[in-house]
Ligand binder design. Structure first.
Ligand code: SAM
Length: 280
């Protein structure tokens, strides 16, 4: 492992880690390089980084991108970042909770926006959901997350990792695993393995559905009761028995199947038939 000077910066400023903020800082320079390379950052790109820590990844991003805006919640890190990154005039810092940020206020008129982050693990899923569902104009999200969550995101039907999160992400994005990262690449070391994954936003969602909200309700209901058949899981839709029978026969889906066997296209078909029934 080739190390970066994270430990020295932490020591120099006497920074104290806050576990509840998911603070595991990268010390492995090969990971930093692979993230920036994997994210495909060029001087055309405006990069938003969530959780810059002491700025080790930020520095590499600043060298490759047109500009970087970093969002950090921990006020103790602000003076460190301002000092460590003072020679960069393409850097801005926002002191906020990333879950509460309106990214449109940061994006302004930029037309090539990429998000890069070694995410605090306690907010992984809510952040990904927010970034995808809110329709921000990100070209891609290159994020380091727990290995187990990355596997759920990239999962295909008929495996135990496949679920509502796989469908949410794959509805909006292509996914590409960039690399694995071991706990030894961080201080302090997390308990779990990590993965850098790139989510490339599709121009149009992967399936065209009549009602996105209904599509995601059906997906959620199908996985809420994972071990149940679709017939039992989708009773939650409160359709009459005849209508539910019609929904399955019309979409060509066997009601004895389980949600984890359905492709995104099949969920789309089922959702559109149900839409037709409820809007008759
Ligand atoms: N980017 C640095 C690195 O790779 O070494 C630090 C990554 S560390 C896993 C996560 C960072 O996110 C920390 O700096 C933490 O303070 C910050 N953070 C935690 N919760 C946050 C939130 N809700 N909004 C913005 N930043 C947050």
């Amino acid at each position: 492992m080739e190390s970066v000077n994270t430990k020295e910066i932490v020591k120099k400023y006497g920074f104290k880690f806050t576990k509840s903020l998911g603070q595991n800082f990268l010390i492995d320079s090969t990971v930093l390089t692979d993230i920036v390379k994997g994210a495909d950052i060029s001087k055309e790109d405006f990069v938003i980084e969530i959780g810059p820590g002491v700025g080790t990844l930020t520095k590499q991003l600043l060298d490759s991108a047109k500009a970087v805006c970093a969002i950090e919640l921990d006020s103790d890190l602000l003076p460190i970042l301002e000092e460590e990154l003072k020679e960069y005039d393409n850097f801005t810092l926002v002191h906020k909770d990333a879950l509460k940020v309106d990214f449109n206020e940061i994006i302004n008129y930029e037309n090539s926006v990429k998000l890069v982050a070694n995410l605090p693990y306690y907010v992984t899923t809510p952040i990904i959901s927010k970034l995808l569902i809110s329709g921000y104009v990100f070209k891609s999200l290159t994020i380091m997350i727990q290995k187990e969550v990355a596997e759920r995101i990239a999962a295909k039907p008929n495996c135990k990792e496949y679920g509502a999160l796989s469908l949410l992400v794959q509805y909006y994005c292509d996914t590409e695993i960039i690399r694995k990262v071991s706990p030894a690449s961080f201080i302090p070391q997390p308990k779990v393995e990590s993965i850098v994954i790139k989510l490339d936003r599709l121009i149009e969602p992967r399936v065209k559905v009549k009602d996105e909200k209904l599509f995601f309700t059906i997906v959620r209901d199908s996985f809420n009761m994972r071990r149940k058949t679709l017939w039992n899981a989708l009773k939650q839709l409160k359709l009459s028995k005849e209508n539910l029978e019609y929904a399955f026969s019309e979409s060509g889906i066997d009601p004895k199947r389980r949600g984890e066997t359905l492709s995104i296209e099949e969920f789309g078909k089922l959702a559109d038939v149900v839409y037709g029934i409820v809007n008759k």
